[in-house]
Write a protein of this length. Structure first.
Length: 200
């Protein structure tokens, strides 16, 4: 089974960091926040008409995932391998990428923001673009060299985040593209990354 909450040496996890970040954001605009949980299930009990394998369930306030979809997300990074004898490069499509999987959870929490704080849809174009922006703002908050911040990114993780926004998030088994292009999602992600939540 894929671990949805990888931990740092001090025990902090991505799930803890996500709930902490969004709790503080909600408090800053005087709105209540209920911590989101995760649930591994192939058949989520959710009121959504678009049951997928990796998504957010507003009625239960959890991000659900199938083990198969989580594994595919984890092994989704385009990469290259070099033959040390010949120097020949080979392109591969399924290199391991923990933050590609992480981004699916980040998007789930972003959908929770849409649902909890703004009572807005999580199943349309505006939802994907808003979630991309929120995900960029969160990613910037953990892209730090300060170990006291808990869960933090390593240098390759930004490549993994970008790959996930382009290739994994829009899959029909996950959140879906909902009429957005890869450029749309990346532009929204970078807007949030560099401009923070106020830009979203």
């Amino acid at each position: 089974m894929i671990d949805p909450t990888p931990t740092t040496p001090d025990g902090s996890s991505l799930q803890i960091q996500l709930n902490s970040f969004w709790s503080a954001a909600a408090q800053s605009i005087r709105k209540p926040w209920q911590n989101v949980s995760t649930r591994e299930t192939d058949h989520p009990r959710c009121d959504s008409t678009n049951i997928t394998e990796f998504n957010y369930c507003p009625s239960g306030n959890y991000v659900y995932f199938s083990d198969q979809e989580a594994r595919q997300a984890y092994n989704s990074l385009p990469d290259k391998q070099q033959n040390p004898q010949t120097g020949q490069l080979t392109l591969i499509d399924n290199a391991p990428a923990d933050y590609s999987l992480g981004m699916l959870f980040v998007y789930g929490w972003a959908m929770a923001v849409r649902s909890q704080l703004f009572h807005a849809s999580t199943q349309d174009r505006d939802a994907i673009l808003a979630a991309s922006c929120y995900s960029g703002a969160f990613t910037a908050s953990i892209n730090t060299d300060d170990p006291s911040q808990g869960f933090a990114l390593s240098p390759p993780d930004m490549d993994e985040a970008t790959a996930a926004v382009i290739r994994v998030v829009p899959e029909p088994q996950a959140y879906g593209a909902h009429g957005t292009t890869a450029l749309d999602r990346i532009q929204s992600f970078t807007k949030g990354y560099f401009g923070g939540l106020p830009s979203c």
